[in-house]
Design a protein around this ligand. Structure first.
Ligand code: 13P
Length: 254
């Protein structure tokens, strides 16, 4: 049975004290209200991570993730954070290839491949983000785009490593816009992703991979999205900044 996951991507929101307060609420609500085996992940800014790991001690319902890491092991890369630093601070997950990093920091599929490698080497679970822009969907190239994003960043991995990934499908046109992909649109792409993985590796391996949906997911639409056969949870932006909304989304599995 593949893991059901709700991951919050705080992006560049919440100063240090507000972040600690939000995370405390998330832990308390998760412990009180989540009765199934869903994994909740909070991907905060780097600055907060170590303190959030400390606050989270002894708690297995919630895990911490970073929003990015550098592709090199160590070295003269001013302002960057390594996968080893994250892992050594108790972080378990790392988002790789978010569309905002692709758009504003020119991250390519090949760079994502290197980041996935270094994350895996350091025992971090990559949450690899893929998804098409509105122009690409309108041009009918979205399946090709997704296929390429998968192939160039992940198909060099052995089956043993690939199975450690979490994939997030985030149509760029649905991020922060309030426009959610319909559950049918999302399911269509998730099924396509799983089929591609099955073709490249095996059906058994594809069946093990959690594929999350991201893009204007909220407590109102989560239940229908998560009920789709190939949608194993969500990567949540805006709604993860409100503890009540975030936990209500995680409860959509209950
Ligand atoms: P929103 O939920 O704010 O649309 O953001 C989605 C996202 O980018 C998560 O990584």
């Amino acid at each position: 049975m593949r893991k059901k996951i709700v991951a919050g991507n705080w992006k560049m929101n919440k100063n240090f004290s507000d972040g600690l307060a939000l995370f405390s609420e998330v832990i308390n609500m998760a412990n009180d209200e989540l009765h199934n085996s869903q994994q909740v992940i909070v991907c905060s800014p780097y600055l907060h991570l170590h303190s959030l790991v400390q606050l989270n001690k002894g708690n297995t319902k919630v895990a911490l993730g970073a929003q990015n890491c550098h592709q090199a092991e160590i070295g003269a890369f001013t302002g960057e954070i390594s996968a080893d630093m994250l892992a050594s601070a108790g972080v378990q997950y790392v988002i790789i290839g978010h569309s905002e990093r692709r758009q504003y920091f020119a991250e390519s599929n090949t760079l994502c491949a290197a980041k996935i490698d270094i994350a895996l080497k350091n025992n971090l679970t990559p949450i690899y983000c893929i998804g098409e822009t509105l122009q690409e969907r309108e041009a009918g190239t979205h399946f090709d785009i997704i296929k390429t994003q998968l192939a160039q960043a992940t198909y060099h991995l052995s089956a043993q490593d690939f199975v450690k990934l979490v994939i997030a499908y985030e149509p760029v046109w649905a991020i922060g816009t309030g426009v959610t992909a319909s559950s049918a649109q999302a399911q269509e792409i998730h099924a396509f992703i799983r089929k591609e993985i099955a073709w490249q590796y095996s059906a058994a391996l594809a069946d093990e991979i959690s594929i999350l949906y991201g893009g204007s997911c909220n407590p109102k639409n989560a239940e229908e999205l998560f009920a789709q056969a190939d949608i194993d949870g969500g990567l949540i932006g805006g709604a993860s900044l409100k503890s009540r909304d975030f936990i209500d989304i995680a409860k959509a599995f209950n």
